[in-house]
Design a protein around this ligand. Structure first.
Ligand code: PLP
Length: 376
């Protein structure tokens, strides 16, 4: 059976070049970076070179990059640091954030949490954000993601950065779905903290980084060693760091070509779905202004039921009903619920997310199977 992987916002397959680089690194760089002998120093050096290379993509200083196990840990670190070290007393975020931010914020004690209003399309209402920021002079952290992982809406980060500057707020962004997909210079946008995960751009799982602007510093969630300047104790994930760096380098070297290809897949999928299902579907992602790799489609319950994702899987097609982290739960998508509480009453919503490894033939296959499943 043909296998089609349209769940690239959940995770991506590692590129063969990354695997090759990892395999080589595993046999060559194995010393403990904290050891003082030459093998240890060689490993330490490989991490520092990786840090410099990573920082260069984002106009950051190497000391502003902290390697972590991924974005969940990094988001936790930022929120913890903001509250316990920087003295933040209020957090402004949105109901469409990833659970790695939402649940961390909700679990935090001694802070007031406010959720900014969203537009009908799931974008931030910037006027409402400004009103919230202006309403209090309390020390505030604004935590808003750059690209939404379920519907692909894109934050106007410069606008948020400017608002934060005007109102002396700290700006954190979960940039997981943006990094490796678009270029970004954090400082130009007024971003103080950003988080990243390598498995979203064909790197390994279990490795990411945190950008922490030098003026705001960082602190550790755990204790027990001086690694990553003490901000992230524990022996470093040397191989992960190598894989992240290699995957980033490949993404940014091929960005324009890959973007064009992925955007053509998204638009072919949208066109073919519209042709096949007409007004029985709706798009929960913007076709013009959303992320070029994410297409969230609502199939009317007149033709679809809860088994749709399973039926696709039976036909070799991997897609998703939302964030992979919450897809085991029986609840619907918290993102779609926040954008339109009525939506999932009438539609079965599926997120198709694409990568450069996908082809137009896979779109043809997927739409053909959808027609067989839904129009029988
Ligand atoms: N933030 C967003 C927007 C994501 O899509 C994900 C991945 O599912 C995460 C955070 C969590 O990242 P990680 O798997 O590196 O912990």
């Amino acid at each position: 059976m043909q296998q089609v992987y349209f769940d690239n916002a959940a995770t991506t397959a590692m590129l063969p070049e990354v695997i090759e680089h990892l395999t080589k690194s595993m046999s060559e760089i194995y010393g403990n970076p904290s050891s003082t002998h030459s093998l240890g120093r060689k490993t330490k050096n490989s991490i520092e070179l990786a840090r410099r290379s990573t920082a260069n993509h984002f106009g950051a200083k190497p000391s502003e990059i902290i390697f972590t196990s991924g974005a969940t840990e990094a988001n936790n670190m930022v929120i913890n640091h903001a509250i316990n070290i920087l003295g933040v007393k209020r957090i402004i975020t949105s109901k469409t954030e990833h659970k790695a931010v939402l649940e961390t914020v909700e679990a935090s004690k001694g802070v007031k949490v406010e959720y900014v209003t969203l537009t009908k399309k799931g974008d931030i209402d910037y006027q409402a954000l400004e009103t919230l920021l202006a309403s209090e002079s309390t020390k505030t952290l604004v935590s808003l993601m750059l690209v939404n992982n379920e519907i692909g809406s894109i934050l106007d980060a410069k606008r948020v950065g400017d608002l934060c500057k005007t109102h002396a707020a700290i700006f954190h962004t979960d940039s997981v779905q943006h990094i490796g997909h678009e270029p970004i210079i954090f400082e130009d946008l007024g971003i103080h903290f950003a988080t990243c995960s390598a498995h979203k751009f064909h790197g390994p799982k279990g490795i990411g980084f945190l950008y922490a602007n030098i003026k705001y510093g960082m602190s550790s969630l755990v204790f027990g060693g001086g690694q990553e300047k003490g901000f992230r104790p524990g022996t470093e994930n040397i191989i992960g760091v190598q894989g992240l760096t290699k995957a980033l380098e490949i993404c940014y070297n091929n960005l324009e070509k890959d973007k064009k290809h992925i955007a053509s897949i998204k638009s072919a999928m949208a066109n073919q779905l519209e042709e096949a299902f007409g007004n029985q579907i709706i798009f929960n992602s913007s076709l013009e202004n959303g992320a070029y790799n994410i297409l969230n489609v609502g199939f009317s319950k007149e033709i679809a039921n809860n088994m749709l994702l399973f039926s696709l899987d039976m036909n070799g097609i991997a897609a998703s009903s939302g964030s992979a982290c919450s897809s085991g739960s029986l609840q619907g998508s918290h993102v779609l619920e926040a954008v339109d509480p009525e939506l999932e009453k009438n539609y079965i919503c599926i997120r198709f997310s694409f990568s450069k490894l996908n082809t137009l033939e896979e779109v043809d296959y997927c739409v053909k199977k959808l027609k067989e499943i839904l129009l029988k």
